[in-house]
Design a protein around this ligand. Structure first.
Ligand code: NAD
Length: 500
């Protein structure tokens, strides 16, 4: 499972100072990734610049054919990719296959966009004049991705960029370089010309930062933590780059008193403990109307204790490990804060887990639920990014909405109720980029916009048509075929009494 750079169509092996790729379920090194820096980024940007003109001049429906072939190649190699995902970052097989399926879906969807890439046609205020917009590529796009969706997020970012005629330098997460390498191999197999997408590996500081600051990279899209987003925004600002950041979350599920509690428990367990809570959309706060608080808590505790932990490649396993020792230590720190500093009640979990001798070296943590959390507690405000969720008791929907909106983040919110009027009120009032009614906080589909408000993002969206918008420049075209000089705002016929 060795990762390689892919620069200008050449595959480049890791040198002596490679970064290890580690299976988090066992702690064993399973491969190596090259430790790229400014030199590799420069070479990749140069290759992307050379490839830009011919790729941008290729008709979009032809570009889209590569994406359509990619969808097929990814589907053929789905298990191989899923195997890499599980063995690099730990998510269970079912979810790893889902990760790859998102890339397949995105490839098929964006291939369709190659025959649309719609602009606007609109009337002019003057006669014999036509007004419309065209989409043009932005240029070389720098894409920086996290480890928690090692195939899906590179696809979410690169495929709209490519169909719009941009070329790409992808800096994949240093934890999941092999999955990104396989993704790039699939693009090669699908017939993407050399240099149109280039893959570089390395740490954020050594390879990500030179990409962000590179003068020939006009657009940057990053998915990562809030702290990384703030740094990247600072470093991209002097060149006024087009910048998209998708960052952390502190997502909540509202459970109202009329809810079907068995269903609610199922949705919460999936949203809180899927991917061991390491999803930007994970539900880390559960806001429960007081009359059903105890009954729901009992169901959740019982359900969390039943979840089977282990190596994600085993089909019986529902929850895998945390990605790295530091991630588990962060979770442990927050469990201590929850108990000692915040004074919340630990209802279940809270300790390291040791599912089997085979996984003795892995970084497992018990699914953990806090009860009696209050909105201002650190465990209810800060992103923990692990299998920890906190129950908060609320009086009514108004209080639930105030608590829901009272964090620095705004990615995904959910409400579980059978009362249509209250569901619709919640839908409107939740400050979040994504709202689920009668479901948990996870389950995005590729043809809808994805992203968050407040500390989660800077107003752009991934996927859907919104993804196309980020990766295209709009050019406004006026065609005047009147044969004379027509001056907008001045020669427009007006009411004779109008003094203008
Ligand atoms: P991270 O911020 O540590 O790293 C993300 C990427 O940024 C990596 O490729 C890293 O090498 C790079 N990077 C780090 N510092 C950099 C710098 N100074 N300049 C340029 N690049 C730099 O995040 P992570 O641990 O890989 O992922 C987890 C985080 O991602 C969580 O906070 C999670 O909520 C967030 N996330 C958000 C979404 C979303 O769509 N909102 C989706 C998935 C993950």
């Amino acid at each position: 499972m060795d990762a390689r750079h892919w620069i200008g169509g050449e595959w480049i092996d890791a040198g002596a100072d490679a970064l290890p790729l580690i299976d988090p379920a066992t702690g064993r090194t399973v491969g190596r990734a090259p430790r790229g820096g400014a030199a590799e980024v420069d070479a990749a940007v140069e290759a992307a610049r050379r490839a830009l003109e011919p790729w941008a001049a290729t008709p979009a429906p032809r570009r889209a054919e590569v994406l359509l072939r990619l969808a097929r190649v990814l589907a053929e190699r789905k298990d191989e990719l899923a195997h890499a995902v599980t063995h690099e970052m730990g998510k269970v097989r079912l979810e790893a296959r889902g990760d790859v399926q998102e890339a397949i879906d995105m490839a098929a969807y964006m291939a369709g966009e190659g025959r649309r890439l719609y602009g606007h046609t609109t009337p002019s205020e003057l006669p014999d004049k036509l007004c419309f917009t065209l989409r043009e590529p932005v240029g070389v796009c720098g894409l920086i991705t996290p480890w928690n969706f090692p195939v899906a997020i590179p696809a979410w970012k690169s495929l709209p960029a490519l169909v719009c005629g941009n070329t790409v330098v992808l800096k994949a997460s240093e934890e999941t370089g092999y999955s990104a390498t396989l993704y790039a191999r699939c693009l090669e197999e699908a017939g993407l010309p050399p240099g149109v997408l280039n893959l570089v590996h390395g740490t954020g500081e050594e390879a990500g930062d030179p990409l962000v600051r590179h003068p020939h990279v006009p657009a940057i899209s990053l998915t990562g933590s809030l702290a990384t987003g703030q740094t990247v925004a600072r470093h991209a600002a002097p060149q006024l780059k087009r910048l998209h950041v998708e960052l952390g979350g502190k997502n909540a599920i509202l459970v109202l008193a009329d809810a079907d509690l068995d269903f609610a428990a199922q949705a919460i367990l999936w949203s809180a403990f899927g991917t061991s809570g390491q999803r930007c959309t994970a539900a880390s706060r559960i806001l429960v109307e007081a009359p059903v608080y105890e009954a729901l808590a009992a169901r959740l505790v019982a359900g969390a204790r039943r979840l089977r932990l282990g190596h994600g490649w085993s089909d019986a396993v529902e929850v895998g490990p945390l990605v790295r020792p530091a991630a588990r230590e962060k979770v442990e720190r927050y469990v201590r804060i929850g108990v000692e500093e915040d004074g919340a009640r630990l209802l279940t979990g809270g300790r390291r887990a040791h599912p089997s001798p085979e996984t003795a070296g892995g970084w497992f943590f018990e699914p953990t639920i806090f009860g009696e959390a209050r909105p201002d507690m650190r465990i209810a405000q800060e992103e923990i990014f692990g299998p920890v969720t906190a129950l908060l008791r609320v009086r009514d929907l108004d209080e639930a909405l105030a608590v829901h909106n009272g964090t620095p983040f705004g990615l995904s919110g959910a409400v579980i109720t059978r009362d249509l009027a209250r569901a619709m009120k919640a839908m409107r009032a939740m400050k979040a980029g994504i709202v689920y009614l009668h479901n948990g906080t996870i389950g995005a589909e590729v043809h809808l916009p994805f992203g968050g408000v407040k500390g989660t993002g800077n107003g752009h969206r991934e996927a859907g048509i919104a993804g196309i918008d980020f990766y295209s420049e709009l050019k406004t075209v006026y065609v005047d075929y009147s044969g004379g000089l027509q001056r907008a705002q001045i020669d427009t016929p007006r009411d004779p009494d109008d003094p203008r």
